[in-house]
Write a protein of this length. Sequence first.
Length: 330
Amino acid sequence: MQTQPTDSLRSKQPLVSFIIPVYNVPVDMVHECIASITALSLRPFEREIIVVDDGSDACQLNDITDYTDNLIYIRQKNKGVSTARNQGLRMAHGSFIQFIDGDDKLLQAPYEHVLDIVRYQKADMVTFDFTKNDTVDNKYEDGQPTTGTQFMRNNNIHGSVCGYIFKRNILGELQFTPGMAYGEDEEFTAQLLLRAENVVCTSAKAYYYRMRQASAINAQDMESRLKRLNDNKEVLYSLHNKADTMPTDERMALQRRVAQLTMDYIYNIIILTQDHKYLTQQLEELRTKGLFPLPDRNYTTKYNWFRRMTNSDFGLTILMRTLPLINKER
């Protein structure tokens, strides 16, 4: 099922295609998400809103009739967020792409600042910040333009694809891995950054991230937790293998990211399973892949501390006992 904008809205190429995957998202949140886009200074022909309904229990098209003249609505069988996003990419015509989850929204003033960077600094990718409250902070700091490779070699990046706006033409054949429910963003964004020649990072908190108990990331059953860990591990292996085939600068940038994701993976094993035997098994598997012990690199204080702790049985025992308690207090 699909609705299309009127011909008058297609008379010019949109500046931005906003891709919104939804699956059983409350309709009021979808309304709020779309409204946050239409409230921007973009004229109707400068924006393209693509809602991909990934097989929700009920079609929401009739519930968003206020916006049907301004969006493309696609309904498909449930295949997961990766496939939904890929479908949105295939439909997109905009010069730039912005992903938004259906239960989140853009914050107008800071996102207008992001759009100004796109318009006036000729960036082909802008990274911005998230917030868990919708109080707007109008004080922003922008970094100097750099390549995505250099940015990733010198900075920690956030994995969520929703924290970037990027030129559609840098994608090439890049897409999300179908069937991956967790970590698909990490695999995608690391490769996307390596393709960007002009990246600007701003501190603008332009994206409102809503914590929902019904979201996949908050699933508490052990089957979901193990699925999350296995998907994260597959991302590690995929990026690790790709790094081996890259030129020096790109390889070093991606290896830094892989090391950080490996640290996150070990941390999540401890938090999500609290199983010392399972941790030992996974560390041995990482060792066979050349991903453990963590490489001795001066990335961040947290990384250096964690690397030293994981290098001994005593350190791992301390982590097993303390990290779940620290996480519970948060």
